[in-house]
Ligand binder design. Structure first.
Ligand code: DAK
Length: 258
């Protein structure tokens, strides 16, 4: 009997769902799991039939962070040599929107992975946190920066210095999650939202996403430059012509992703 894959994926229409599958370790993000995850994301990113991704850990847990057992005794150079930051960067470079569907713990690297996604749908049991301080380190995959930008410096500081968890309700209140659903339906809701985005013109989706993301990491002035450039570029797409003609002709647009 072979072991179940550490990361699963399935494609339904234009939506691909990726599921972290290391339940015995609460989906801790081991180097092997990260390798499998980036391989699948790269594959789906290159599949033109897929337009939006959903990333989940299933109903029990999203991910309890990087694998502490795999790094407890490592030296700084050994950690650098693992080139793990490059793996995270590869996920960030995925050109398609990723919706995180979170139930249970999203801690440390798990919370950082959720924040690499574009939209976060949470179940009522979701708990977010950056508890690295409790094991003698700090967030290392973007937590100090992305959490701060997502919920503001004061709330982020408290969470990062205390390591305390945020409930789904509190995460929603501070703007870290888009919506909260019952455990029974959080994944279906994320998939429904993904299908909705997948029905939009994909190049426009990509350009809009790039402008929003870029804007979150730079000055308003530079962000506006990207927005303008992408706006003009879209007039080179068939989908722009189709979208505007369909509006004028009072019919539904048929977007081809060209
Ligand atoms: N790593 C390894 N194993 C873990 C784990 C983790 N993060 N979290 C849980 N597990 C394992 C437990 O060891 C246990 O395994 P066995 O003892 O059964 O073999 C199993 O999962 C079940 O866990 P518990 O027995 O602890 O379950 P509980 O329900 O009692 O507690 C918990 C659940 C989530 C509160 C607890 O497991 C916990 O506190 N886990 C650790 C959470 C944490 O500290 N997370 C942050 C880790 S540091 C970077 C990239 C990423 C990062 C940094 C840099 N670069 C690219 C540079 C990220 C760092 C982190 O995430």
């Amino acid at each position: 009997m072979t072991d179940a894959p550490i990361v699963l994926h399935e494609i339904n229409g234009a939506v691909a769902t990726i599921t972290l599958n290391r339940p015995q370790a609460l989906n801790a993000l081991s180097p092997e799991l990260m390798d499998a995850l980036i391989t699948i994301i790269a594959e789906l990113d290159g599949n033109d039939a897929v337009r939006c991704l959903v990333l989940t850990g299933g109903p029990r847990v999203f991910a309890a962070g990087a694998d502490i057992k795999a790094m407890a005794e490592a030296s700084p150079t050994a950690i650098i040599e693992r080139r793990s930051i490059e793996k995270w960067e590869q996920i960030r470079r995925c050109r398609k929107p990723i919706i995180a569907a979170i139930s249970g713990y999203a801690l440390g690297g798990g919370c950082e992975l959720a924040m690499l996604c574009d939209i976060i749908v949470a179940s009522e049991t979701a708990q977010f946190g950056q508890p690295e301080i409790n094991i003698g380190v700090i967030p290392g995959a973007g937590g100090t920066q992305r959490l701060t930008r997502a919920i503001g410096p004061y709330r982020a500081m408290e969470l990062i210095l205390t390591g305390v968890m945020l409930s789904a309700r509190d995460a929603y209140a501070v703007g870290l999650v888009n919506r909260i659903c019952p455990v029974e339906s959080f994944l279906a809701e994320a998939q429904r939202l993904a299908a909705e985005i997948a029905a939009r013109p994909p190049i426009a989706v990509r350009m809009a996403r790039e402008a929003v993301r870029y804007g979150a990491e730079t000055t308003v002035r530079d962000g506006l430059e990207i927005e303008r450039r992408n706006f003009y570029l879209l007039f080179d797409t068939e989908d722009q012509k189709e979208g505007m003609r369909a509006f004028i002709e009072k019919r539904k647009a048929d977007f081809k992703g060209k």
